[in-house]
Design a protein around this ligand. Structure first.
Ligand SMILES: Nc1ncnc2c1ncn2[C@@H]1O[C@H](COP(=O)(O)OP(=O)(O)OP(=O)(O)O)[C@@H](O)[C@H]1O
Ligand SMILES: [Mg+2]
Length: 359
C-alpha cells in the first residue's frame, strides 16, 4: 500500500497540514521540536489507531484542541484506492475506511501495514518477550489473515482458563484445555511456517549489513515442544494454580539470536546490535513484499543515531531497493549523504509544526 495523500489536524504542534508523499523514499528533516516525530506519529495513527509515544491517544491531541483527525488515501499494487481516517476526542476513537464507520484497528493495519523504527525498537533484546512476540506476530499477521482469528480465539480461552485458575475451579480447567491446546498448536504452526521462510531472508540481510555468516535464529515456542502441550499443562497445573495464570503456551513464545554461538546482546557493539534489529525488520519487510505481496510503509525516526556514514549509506540504498514507501527522519539534509543511489525521493522540511515540500 502507498500513502498518496496525508491530512493532519491537531496532532501535537501540527495544526493543519497536508502532504502528497513520494511512493518511495520521503526524507523529513528539521530542527529539534519542529514536529518531525509528530508527522511520523500521524502516519502511525492512520495505520494503527495507536501512538508509539503514549498509551493514551488523547495525549496526542494538540493542547487547547478537543479532537485530532488524521486521514489519507492509500493505493494498492492493483491501483485500487482506499480512504482511511482516524478521529480521536477525549471520549472515543472513530476509525473510518471509505467513509464507513465500525472498523477495527486490525482493518487499518491490513490497509496500511506499518513497520516502525524508533528509539525503543532498538531495545528489542533488552525488553520483555512481549516486544519480540509483537515483532514476530506482526509478520505472521500480515502473511496470513487466519492467524488473527486463531489468536483471538486462543486469547479468549486463555483468559477463561486464567480466571478458573484464580478461582481454583480445577474440574472446568480440563475441559478448556482441549480447546486451548487446539488453538495453541495452530498458532505455533503459523509461527514456525512463517519462520521457515523468514530466516533465510534474515541471514541474507545480516550478511549485507554485518558481514557475519554465523548468525542463528532460535524460537522458543512457549513450552518444550519435544513434549505434548497437554503433558506440560498437566505437569504444571499445581504451579499455575499457585500463580493464578497459565505459564506455558504460545502466549509465552520468545526468540533469541546467537552470533558465533553467543547471545547477540552480549557480544555485539551498540551500533551492531542496532544493525541486527534493523536486519530483522528489513528482512520482514522484504519477505512480506516478495512472498506475500504485502508492501509495508516504513517509518524511521532519528535515522542518524548510532550509525556511521557507511552504514547510513548502506541503509538508504537498501531501503530504496525495497520499493516500499519510506518516511525517514533526520535533523538536517546532509545526514542523508549525497543520495546518489536513490532514484526517486521527496524531501520535506518541518518548521514549527509546518511541513514544506522542497523536492
Ligand atoms: N499535545 C501537544 N500539543 C501541542 N504541542 C505538543 C504536544 N505534545 C508535544 N508537543 C510539542 O510538539 C513539538 C514537536 O515535537 P516532536 O517530538 O514532533 O519534535 P521533533 O521534530 O521530532 O524533535 P526532535 O528532533 O527533538 O526529535 C515539541 O515542541 C513538543 O513539545
Ligand atoms: Mg523526534
Amino acid at each position: 500500500m502507498t500513502l498518496q495523500r496525508l491530512d493532519i489536524q491537531n496532532i501535537r504542534n501540527i495544526t493543519h497540514e497536508s502532504i502528497q508523499p513520494s511512493p518511495f523514499i520521503n526524507i523529513i528533516f528539521g530542527d529539534n521540536a519542529s514536529g518531525k516525530s509528530s508527522l511520523l506519529e500521524s502516519i502511525f495513527i492512520l495505520g494503527r489507531a495507536h501512538s508509539f509515544r503514549t498509551s493514551k491517544l488523547k495525549n496526542v491531541i494538540s493542547h487547547e484542541k478537543d479532537f485530532l483527525i488524521v486521514s489519507g488515501s492509500v493505493v494498492d499494487a492493483d491501483a485500487q484506492s482506499l480512504s482511511l481516517g482516524v478521529q480521536v476526542n477525549s471520549k472515543a476513537i472513530d476509525i473510518r475506511i471509505n467513509q464507513q464507520q465500525s472498523y477495527k484497528r486490525s482493518d487499518l493495519a491490513y490497509a496500511l501495514p506499518i513497520q516502525l523504527f524508533y528509539s525503543k525498537s532498538y531495545d528489542l533484546f533488552e525488553s520483555s518477550s512481549s516486544f519480540r512476540r509483537e515483532f514476530l506476530d506482526w509478520g505472521v499477521f500480515n502473511a496470513d489473515k487466519s492467524f488473527l482469528l486463531a489468536w483471538r480465539k486462543f486469547k479468549k480461552i486463555l483468559l477463561q482458563r486464567n480466571d478458573l485458575l484464580k478461582k481454583k475451579q480445577i474440574k472446568y480447567i480440563k475441559y478448556w484445555d482441549k480447546e486451548l491446546i487446539h488453538y495453541a498448536l495452530i498458532i505455533n504452526q503459523f509461527r514456525c511456517q512463517y519462520l521457515e521462510i523468514f530466516i533465510p531472508f534474515f541471514i541474507d540481510t545480516c550478511q549485507f549489513f554485518l558481514s557475519k555468516s554465523n548468525i542463528s535464529f532460535h524460537l522458543n515456542s512457549g513450552w518444550d515442544v519435544s513434549k505434548a502441550l497437554s503433558e506440560c499443562l498437566d505437569l504444571n497445573l499445581e504451579n499455575d494454580l499457585r500463580f493464578g495464570f497459565t505459564r506455558f503456551g504460545p502466549h509465552r513464545c520468545d526468540f533469541s539470536i546467537l552470533v558465533n554461538g553467543y547471545v547477540s546482546k552480549d557480544v555485539l557493539s551498540r551500533g551492531q546490535l542496532k544493525l541486527l534489529i534493523i536486519c530483522l525488520k528489513l528482512a520482514q519487510i522484504r519477505m512480506l513484499k516478495s512472498t506475500y505481496s504485502v508492501s509495508s510503509t516504513v517509518l524511521m525516526d532519528d535515522f542518524n543515531t548510532d550509525l556511521d556514514l557507511d552504514n547510513r549509506n548502506k541503509l538508504l540504498s537498501y531501503l530504496s531497493s525495497l520499493s516500499c514507501q519510506v518516511f525517514i527522519v533526520g535533523n538536517c539534509l546532509s545526514e542523508f549523504g549525497p543520495l546518489l543511489d536513490i532514484t526517486s525521493y521527496g524531501v520535506f522540511h518541518v518548521k514549527r509544526g509546518h511541513v514544506f515540500q522542497t523536492k
